[in-house]
Design a binder for this molecule. Sequence first.
Ligand code: GLY
Length: 363
Amino acid sequence: MNEELLINYENQPCYKIVFRPDFNDLITVFNQEVGHTYDNICIVTDSNVAELYLSDVISTFKKLDVNVSSFSFPAGEKSKNLDMVKLLYEHLIIKRFTRNSLLVALGGGVVGDLTGFAAATFLRGIDFIQIPTTLLSQVDSSVGGKTGVDFNKYKNMVGAFYMPRLVYMNLNTIKSLDDDNFACGMAEVIKSALIADSNFYKWLKDNAAIISSKDYEALKYTVSKCCEIKGHVVEIDPKEKGIRAYLNFGHSLGHAIEKLSNFKLGHGQCVSLGMVCAMHLSNRLGYVSNIDVTDVISTLSAYNLPITISDLSATDILEASKSDKKMKGNKIKFIILKALGEADSYMDFSDEDLLWAIEKVLG
Ligand code: GLY
């Protein structure tokens, strides 16, 4: 498997994703791929990641002849809002950031989304790079240029499509993740396989033990395969007018559960539950078989992902999913599988169909 992947945007080479075991190559890769001298660099991170990697990454960038500062915020989805973006803008203004400046997103999905949004909007757009440090951000959120923040109770309601100049992945950062965060990333990994590649899905199913042991080669294959799948999708449909929506498999009901759990359940855990519902709905349409549904449920379980949830009501989940931005008119644009490894969208589920599927995960 390649150590790097080039992502095109509007048919032009746009940025590289590189897979490495540490941060040792960061400046060499940065000089090769970005090759620009900035006035200022700000490394944006959260309180968890700052403790682990911030000093390493600051000293790496200090090797360049440039002012380096950092901005760290409390870890968690609760920070992903416009108030935090305002604090970041204030930091950039105090440090006299010009248009010739760079933001570095060092962390998981919240850090990447918020930093990318600040980069897209500060002075009408400055450069940024992604250094994703969680499995979830490496396989999904750092690729494809979706940036944004939550607004009131609405997830990712304000944002922009804005491409990074580089995505540098130190895959051994995955080893510092706790079990829940690792499982959370695996939900997006399984999703990528289910929508696009049945052989990859089978490989994930057969290799749960070695992947869960965080063996480097297994992680590299897993992450690079997901980036290849996602890279292909976002090259064809960067602004989600068509097939990019397939990446939302399991997300319509998953986001609703996430919101109702008040973000106490992780994104991946909720996507796992959403995928169980979506498998049942795909089966109801006569596509995937009963055996496929059972198989996917047991693969999710093998990666310690939830397949049932208690304490929520089916009607609340249905109502919450209707306030999601994936609606078209008053219909939910629902992603289903025509077969393992092949996705499609479907608009005609009745409330009764959806409630039936939601009941399947209410333990
Ligand atoms: N996470 C789904 C997307 O990037 O489109």
